[in-house]
Design a protein around this ligand. Structure first.
Ligand code: OAD
Length: 229
């Protein structure tokens, strides 16, 4: 089976009702990264950081996978599909995708500030000051903040190197190291980039740009790939 690797960003979930970050009206127009998504913010004002992620998590319990997420699942009939997502939502999993690697963490998970290997899945949206791990340490969102390492990057790069087909969906390709993943993909591998503003990449060989929203562009590409391979 050919290995089909999909890299997704916030645009993948936009039609499910989750805001992107850098579009007009995006999250980073309403919040300052250094006040809600950095280790310093957590140190100075953990309540504000928690409130930001609690709002995101609350919303996640109210939204559903869109046609884009759903159509990716059918690729598994013919391909060995690996999704690498920058998204912290669980919409790929809820749509039914089998292999999803989260580069920037997961909104529904929290981890111990004292023992980072202690990771828990929340069954409701709220994390509070005073919520601790079994060893008594405060829990924090299981999110990769700006200024922190990206522990899954090595694995993601390995996967990108093995791709026979590489598909990028709904990302501004503005945040590294995730945006650099495409450079690990072999030159002769066919690459597709679905994004209504897909002008962020240049100098990538064998790249087909599909300037459409994920809800239309992904099912269309999926049909094409299933027909041709
Ligand atoms: P961005 O907000 O930077 O980019 C979203 C992309 O989605 C843009 O290129 C839009 O054109 C595109 N888009 C919008 N609506 C779309 C739709 N319906 N279908 C397809 N594409 C659409 O989000 P990311 O690239 O995901 O990290 O941002 C990368 C990282 O920066 C995030 O994971 C997050 C953020 O800060 C952390 O919080 C660590």
């Amino acid at each position: 089976m050919k290995k089909l690797v999909v890299l997704t960003g916030a645009g993948m979930s936009a039609e499910s009702g989750i805001s992107t970050f850098r579009d007009s009206n995006g999250l980073w127009e309403k919040y300052r990264i250094e006040e809600v998504a950095s280790p310093i913010a957590w140190e100075n004002d953990p309540e504000t950081v928690m409130r930001f992620y609690n709002l995101r998590r609350k919303q996640l319990f109210e939204v559903h996978p869109n046609e884009g997420h759903k159509s990716l699942v059918s690729l598994e009939d013919k391909f060995d599909v690996q999704i690498i997502t920058q998204n912290v939502d669980d919409l790929h999993e809820r749509a039914g995708s089998s292999n999803v690697l989260h580069l920037h963490g997961e909104l529904k998970k929290v981890r111990s500030t004292g023992y980072p290997e202690l990771i828990y899945t929340l069954d409701n949206w709220e994390l509070k000051i005073g919520d601790t791990c079994e060893k008594g340490h405060q829990l924090r969102p299981h999110i990769v903040w700006f200024g922190e390492g990206v522990p899954m990057m090595g694995k993601a790069a390995e996967i990108a190197e093995q791709a026979d087909i590489f598909v990028v969906i709904g990302t501004s390709m503005a945040v590294y190291p995730a945006a650099g993943l495409i450079s690990y993909v072999k030159q002769d591998v066919p690459k597709y980039y679905i994004d209504p503003k897909a002008f962020h990449v240049s100098g990538i060989s064998n790249l087909k740009i599909i300037s459409e929203k994920a809800g239309n562009g992904v099912p269309r590409l999926v049909n094409e790939l299933l027909k041709n391979d």
